[in-house]
Design a protein around this ligand. Structure first.
Ligand SMILES: Cc1cc2nc3c(=O)[nH]c(=O)nc-3n(C[C@H](O)[C@H](O)[C@H](O)COP(=O)(O)O)c2cc1C
Length: 194
C-alpha cells in the first residue's frame, strides 16, 4: 500500500533546487531516477524519450556555462549563478539531457503533442529524485542556443534536447511552493476565463 501522504508531500515540496552540494550522486540513485523517468506514459507506449547523462566535468562545464550565460543575459548576473545565489550549473554533479526521438506519426498531431510524453518523463525524473532527497530543476534555456547545444552534445538533427535536469544533493531542504490557489484555476463543466 502506498502512503498517499508521502506522495502528496513530495509533490507539495517539489521546489526547484537553486543551491547544490558537490557531493557525488551514487550510481544506484541515478539509476533509480532514470528508471522512474522511463516509466512515464506515452502515446501508443511509443516511449520517444532518450536520456543523455552528463557526468564528465568538461562537458558539464561547457553546457553549464552556456546555460548560465543565457540566464545572465536574460535575467541579469546578480539574479543567477556566477556570483549569486545559484550554484553554477557546471558544479552540479549530474546534468541529464532529456531528449525526444521523432516518430513517423508526429506530423499527424498539433505540434505540442509529440513532446508531451518527454516532459512527463522529466516530471517522473524530478519526482523520483525528490523521493530520494535529490534536488533538481527543469531547464529549457538551452533551447535559445539550439545549434550550439546540438553541436556540443553531438545530437542528430532529428533529436530534440527538450529539457535539461541538473541532479544533486540540495544544500537546504525542499519547498514550500508558492502557487495560485488550485480552486482559482479549476472550472467545472464550462470554460470560464476568470
Ligand atoms: C518546463 C520548465 C522549464 C523551466 N526552465 C527553467 C530554466 O530554463 N531555468 C531555470 O532556472 N528554471 C527553469 N524552470 C524552473 C522554474 O522556473 C521554477 O520551477 C518556477 O519558477 C517555480 O519555482 P519553484 O520551483 O521554486 O516553485 C523550468 C520549469 C519548467 C516546468
Amino acid at each position: 500500500m502506498i502512503d498517499p501522504a508521502s506522495v502528496l508531500e513530495a509533490i507539495a515540496t517539489l521546489r526547484e533546487t537553486r543551491r547544490f552540494l558537490d557531493t557525488p550522486v551514487p550510481d544506484e540513485a541515478l539509476a533509480q531516477v532514470l528508471e522512474a523517468a522511463t516509466m512515464a506514459s506515452s502515446l501508443n507506449n511509443a516511449q520517444p524519450w532518450r536520456f543523455l547523462v552528463l557526468r564528465e566535468p568538461s562537458i558539464r562545464r561547457a553546457l553549464g556555462d552556456l546555460i548560465d550565460a543565457v540566464s545572465d543575459e536574460l535575467y541579469g548576473k546578480e539574479s543567477h549563478s556566477i556570483t549569486g545565489e545559484r550554484t553554477p550549473l557546471r558544479d552540479v554533479p549530474v546534468l541529464v539531457v532529456v531528449c525526444r526521438r521523432p516518430l513517423p506519426t508526429d506530423a499527424e498531431w498539433p505540434s505540442s503533442v509529440p513532446a508531451a510524453p518527454v516532459y512527463a518523463a522529466a516530471q517522473n525524473l524530478v519526482l523520483a529524485a525528490r523521493a530520494l532527497g535529490l534536488g533538481t530543476r527543469p531547464i529549457v534555456l538551452h533551447r535559445r542556443r539550439d545549434a550550439t547545444v546540438r553541436a556540443m552534445l553531438g545530437l542528430p538533427d532529428d533529436v530534440e534536447p527538450c529539457v535539461i535536469v541538473p541532479v544533486g544533493w540540495p544544500e537546504t531542504g525542499f519547498g514550500p511552493l508558492f502557487r495560485r490557489p488550485w480552486e482559482s484555476v479549476v472550472t467545472y463543466d464550462r470554460w470560464s476565463p476568470a
